[in-house]
Design a protein around this ligand. Structure first.
Ligand code: SF4
Length: 476
């Protein structure tokens, strides 16, 4: 994928620690490792057992915590969040973790994913007089937790979580404990690690490694894990049922870092196999294989190994420009596109080039890359994509454009090839996508297949709850 306006965006990253002295710097490091999952905002909330303190802001982790240093965050438990908005606009109120004061204490919430039934739950509470502070789907959990229906009964958190449909990895915190929960279908990853005498929770294992934590296991789908004075204990809020698992295959294709273990597999190794399989499914006579860095790197290596065509560096990435793809507004994205990758003409000039990308969304960016390769003297340009055509939007926390904006949503492969100006175009098959796994049954692949694993209560996209917030009755 071309890391810009032609790309999907991730929902968020979450990181939490319980039972370690001075957790704020550890959470900061964890969030920094998860920066690729969201760049719009970041926040850390910690507790020393009696006081809760927080720092939140818009922008990159480094920027947020240099503007507002974390020295004042004192505590031995805390959670953090990096945000890309998949519901709600880019504004400070939507930056997480959310902190809410309920009648029986403070709740802190950090969420990765998208709740497909947030709109009706929100409407129900708003009609009953509740006031929402944000336009995010995540806030409905706070209202469920505060609702006397749940508050006054046993297994309050589990019962509230059981009301939610769609994709979620949640970290929750009170003054004295950290909780981690994953939806019953297991859409988003969430791992548990051990750090000294304490515990760490992270969206991806790369963040465990980079904070010195030892990986223990993943939070299971439908499981609520609590870290408190008594240690680590677990319960389920929905009975385990393998047949309903719907892990997001796009984590493997693009989102997760190659050095993470996701759904039990190393991401780099899976992408290598995607590249190898792509070479088998779409062979081509060429002189060199190049990748669209960084997310096409592993698959291009796999393609090179399987095809015997040497791998080279055809694009050089400017690491000092932000990952513009993750900026939410079209103008902000397009302004950085041309600055990011430059062609190494010495490598591609006069060559038949295979360029490996991880996905094509709108088609506009790969088209620009193909043009720049030709302008640099490439004799032929063959595009290979390490996933099937993206034909459908995602309702589970990945901000794809609408079906109309997805080029494969309305065009066939030959028309896309013509549009991007390539000599040939080959996508990995749906079967090839699952070769590393035991078939499709434990995964969601709806953006490719159109087979959504849940009912979708609201298909209005990320601004759906925003518009609900704006429907004010001004008849006063
Ligand atoms: S629709 Fe695609 S991106 Fe969304 S959860 Fe399913 S596989 Fe992942």
């Amino acid at each position: 994928m071309t890391l810009d306006c032609d790309s999907p965006k991730e929902a968020c990253g979450i990181f939490g620690v319980y039972g370690v002295e001075n957790v704020a710097p550890i959470i900061y490091r964890g969030l920094f490792s998860l920066q690729h999952r969201g760049q719009e905002g970041a926040g850390i909330v910690v507790s020393d057992g009696s006081e809760i303190s927080s720092v939140k802001g818009q922008g990159l982790v480094n920027d947020v915590f240099s503007r507002q240093p974390i020295d004042k965050l004192v505590g031995n438990l805390g959670i953090g969040h990096v945000r890309y908005s998949t519901t709600g606009s880019t504004r400070i109120q939507n930056v997480q973790p959310l902190v809410a004061e309920c009648v029986d204490g403070l709740w802190v919430v950090a969420h990765n994913g998208n709740l497909v039934n947030a709109a009706p739950i929100r409407k129900m509470y708003q009609e009953a007089g509740a006031i929402f502070q944000t336009s995010t789907d995540s806030e409905v959990l706070v209202h469920l937790l505060a609702d006397p229906m749940y508050r006054s009964r046993p297994r309050r958190v589990a019962r509230a979580l059981a009301e939610l449909e769609g994709a979620f990895a949640f970290l929750l915190m009170t003054k004295n404990c950290v909780m981690a929960a994953r939806d019953k279908q297991g859409f988003r990853p969430l791992s548990i690690g051990k750090l000294g005498d304490g515990y760490v929770f992270a969206s991806e294992t790369c963040a465990l490694a980079q904070t010195g934590a030892e990986y223990l296991r993943d939070v299971c789908p439908g499981e609520l894990v609590v870290a408190d004075q008594a240690g680590l204990h677990s319960s389920t809020f929905v009975d385990e049922d393998e047949s309903r698992l719907a892990r997001c295959i796009f984590e493997m294709v693009y989102f997760a870092r190659p050095d993470s273990q996701v759904f039990g597999e190393n991401v780099h190794s899976v992408r290598l196999k995607y590249g190898e399989q792509l070479a088998v499914e779409h062979p081509v006579d060429a002189d060199i294989v190049i990748s669209i860095p960084d997310s096409g790197n592993s698959a291009s290596l796999g393609f090179s190994r399987a095809s015997g065509i040497p791998l080279d560096f055809g694009f050089i990435r400017n690491h000092y420009i932000g990952r513009t793809f993750i900026m939410p507004e079209a103008d902000a994205r397009s302004s950085g596109v041309d600055m990011k990758l430059s062609v190494l003409a010495e490598v591609v000039n006069g060559k038949r080039v295979v360029v490996v990308d991880d996905s094509i969304v709108r088609g506009t960016t790969i088209r620009r890359r193909v043009t720049s390769l030709r302008e640099a003297g490439a004799k032929e340009v063959h595009v290979r994509v390490s996933c099937p055509p993206v034909r459908n939007p995602c309702f589970y926390g990945v901000d794809f454009p609408t079906r109309d904006e997805l080029i494969a949503g309305h065009e066939d492969v030959e028309t896309i090839r013509e549009f991007i100006g390539a000599d040939s175009l080959g996508y990995l098959s749906l079967e090839g996508l699952f070769l590393s796994f035991e078939g499709r049954h434990c995964f969601c692949d709806a953006c490719f297949s159109g087979e959504y694993p849940t009912e979708i209560a609201c298909k209005d996209g990320k601004q759906a709850l925003e518009s609900m917030s704006n429907e004010l009755n001004l008849d006063i």
